[in-house]
Write a protein of this length. Structure first.
Length: 75
């Protein structure tokens, strides 16, 4: 009898889905958006991803951002 794996759904990783939604909101990307070049969206998304990663409040870390956690940790 074959063993079937679980079908992956967006609800399996809600934190990642919320992060992607926030990144789309910050960059203005989404369905039907057209860009002038291939490099422009990549550069913008990279810059916004860094900002989001550093400043997003994380529920698993007591609702503190990565920057706050870095300041609180001893050197």
């Amino acid at each position: 009898m074959p063993l079937f794996s679980h079908v992956r759904k967006p609800t399996d990783n809600g934190a990642a889905e919320i992060g992607m939604w926030e990144l789309k909101e910050m960059t203005g990307f989404g369905k039907g958006v057209q860009q002038r070049s291939d490099m422009e969206p990549a550069l913008l998304a990279g810059k916004r991803a860094v900002l989001l990663n550093e400043n997003r409040l994380r529920g698993s870390r007591g609702y503190r951002s990565a920057n706050t956690l870095a300041e609180e940790m001893p050197p």
